[in-house]
Write a protein that binds this ligand. Structure first.
Ligand code: FES
Ligand code: MG
Length: 591
């Protein structure tokens, strides 16, 4: 057993062992006894470790944490700590309407209150499904208690009729086949179901795997944690080690503020590019940085992420799924490549207690089919491309999913590489898109650009994954599987569409998309990073007098509060002003 003699008075002792507040101590202690806890346990100055439980029947992606938590408890106990498990606000990506994006800030708020207001010395953050990871790390940054991330891990690889079928990605691909009449509705459904063969979160490099990789890249989970499939024995062993380490973090007083530094965030941006990570990483990384008090700008994505090559051959940018990625070395093998290439800051502190470079020692990939070398990548310059212009101040494009077909069609006109123009077809929200996309009167062809607005934090509200719009069925039948798309919403991390998304400011905040009309010409210049509507200023001024496009009213109290407080996507869609509250655990709440 680890030496658990406290080197300093623990925060939890202010509740459980406080001679100045004997009456309050009695009150704080007594109800914990009613399930068999003893006063000796809680009064021995042993670190009290929270297990922030994100699993429930309502979040199947994280449900496995209900079992893993047992191994976390074992680890905490063996290291001399006392576990106290509690639920967090559920965040299940695929089912929450109108979108789980609304709930990320709500889960953040809830976790901040719990970690601040209860007698915790440290916390294990159980993560998995998309927003469970950023919301937990945002709260850990605000409260600054010693904290460690335990990913639940991806599902096993999905197979359908001998082919790998990956979460989400197979749905985007199948719906194109279904629209083109190549598969039946039943085949569509069966393929989707086959992509979910076990407990765990999405097995593609969607937002869940991306955000857990980023937690590891930041140094907030133990080495190799992110990629272990949920059903593997190593997952339970990682849970045990994570629990043990949580206690040691308290004894060493190692906190998120020591780990989540600007250098760590730049590492995370680079890792995101190398894994072909989700575009949702952009707002989530900005939000985590903001709460950590780290100055990160939209330009940092272009400056530090864009020229990083794609190293992971994993869907949606590549071929394989989570199991093979894990066996190929997972996130440490990706980071090892970046470190050798001088593209990673190896001096960053991590929850292991060692530096990132020390953690990565000997982690070279044994499988070059899945994890490529830096000098022989899947694709050069695979990071997010940052755009601006008169349609928005900021938007991103995930270059690693641009298909050869798309490149040839739009980006390779001799003499004008990277510049293309098209006619805008504008949709106000996804209902409008679904109603009208197949209307023959709407003369959409291969020179069209599909635009969706009213899909940002204010407009939806919450920001929706709707920008990866597919072309009308008649174009799909001709083999045109993607058109350029632009929107102030997001795109699923599992989508393989070259969209311009997360446009800020959004239409509902008076961004340029609000003044665009169907039939306008749009010019995209990938050389200069510009995207503009070719409409003169006078005409734009005239359209402004017509007012903003309508958005739906708030349907719940939280939607109203969310709209009153949310920032734009380029700033992480955080709660305005919440970043003023920092390192809350350093001051004790009043009795
Ligand atoms: Fe939960 Fe993808 S839907 S991880
Ligand atoms: Mg998603």
């Amino acid at each position: 057993m680890t030496d658990t003699t406290p080197k300093r008075r623990l925060r939890s002792q202010d509740w459980f062992d406080n001679p100045d507040h004997a009456d309050m101590t009695a009150l704080y202690l007594e109800r914990f006894m009613n399930y068999g806890t003893t006063p000796e346990e809680l009064r021995a100055g042993r670190p009290i470790i929270g297990i922030a439980q994100s699993g429930s029947d309502l979040n199947p992606c994280n449900r496995h944490h209900l079992d893993l938590a047992k191994r976390v408890r074992d680890g905490i106990r063996d290291a001399g700590g006392i576990p106290i498990e509690f639920p967090t606000h559920t965040l299940f990506e695929n089912c929450k309407r109108p979108t789980a994006a609304l709930d990320r800030n709500l889960a953040y708020l809830g976790l901040v209150e719990l970690l601040y207001g209860y007698p915790f010395d440290g916390v294990v953050l159980t993560t998995g499904c998309d927003k469970t990871t950023p919301s937990a790390l945002m709260a850990a940054a605000t409260v600054d208690l010693p904290a460690i991330v335990l990913s639940g891990g991806p599902m096993l690889d999905g197979w359908h009729e001998g082919d790998l079928v990956g979460s989400g990605t197979v749905i985007w691909r199948s719906r194109r086949k279904y629209a083109a009449g190549e598969i039946t509705r039943d085949e569509f459904l069966e393929t989707a179901l086959d992509s979910a063969p076990s407990v765990g979160h999405c097995n593609t490099m969607g937002t869940a795997s991306t955000m857990n990789a980023i937690a590891e890249a930041l140094g907030m989970s133990l080495t190799g944690c992110a990629a272990i499939p949920a059903a593997y024995r190593e997952r339970g062993q990682m849970a045990y080690r994570t629990g043990k380490r949580a206690v040691e973090l308290v004894l060493e007083d190692l906190r998120p503020s020591d780990i989540m530094t600007r250098d760590a965030f730049l590492n995370a941006i680079r890792v995101n590019a190398a894994i072909g990570g989700s575009t949702n990483a952009q707002p989530h990384i900005m939000a985590m940085a903001k709460h950590a008090g780290v100055d990160l700008t939209p330009e940092d994505w272009q400056a530090h992420g864009y020229d990083i090559p794609l190293l992971a051959n994993v869907q949606p940018a590549g071929k394989y799924l989570g199991e093979r990625f894990h066996r190929a070395g997972g996130v440490p093998a990706i980071m090892w490549e970046l470190l050798q290439a001088g593209k990673l800051d190896g001096s960053c502190a991590t929850v292991s207690g060692a530096t990132m470079a020390e953690n990565l020692d000997g982690r070279e990939s044994p499988d070059r089919e899945v994890i490529r070398t830096y000098s022989d990548p899947m694709m050069e310059r695979a990071g997010f491309f940052v755009l601006s212009g008169n349609l928005f101040d900021f938007a991103i494009m995930k270059t690693s999913v641009i298909s050869d077909e798309f490149r040839t069609r739009y980006l390779s006109t001799p003499g004008s590489e990277g510049i293309f123009e098209g006619t805008a077809f504008v949709f106000d929200g996804s209902e409008d898109y679904h109603t009208r996309i197949n209307d023959p009167a709407l003369e959409i062809d291969e020179n069209s650009i599909l635009v969706i607005r009213g899909a940002g934090p204010l407009g939806w509200p919450g920001s929706a994954e709707v920008v990866n719009m597919q072309p009308p069925d008649r174009l799909l039948k001709r083999g045109i599987t993607s058109l350029p798309t632009i929107g102030d919403g997001r795109q699923s991390g599992t989508a393989d569409s070259p969209s311009i998304l997360n446009a800020s400011p959004e239409s509902a905040a008076g961004g340029g998309l609000a003044w665009l009309r169907t039939g306008d010409r749009i010019r995209i210049n990938l050389e200069q990073g510009r995207c503009d509507m070719l409409v003169d200023a006078e005409e734009i001024a005239r359209r402004k007098s017509e007012g903003l496009p309508e958005i739906p009213p708030s349907a719940t109290p939280w939607q109203k509060i969310y709209r009153e407080t949310v920032t734009q996507m380029q700033d992480g869609a955080t709660i305005r002003g919440a970043e003023e509250f920092r390192q809350l655990s350093r001051k004790l709440p009043r009795h």
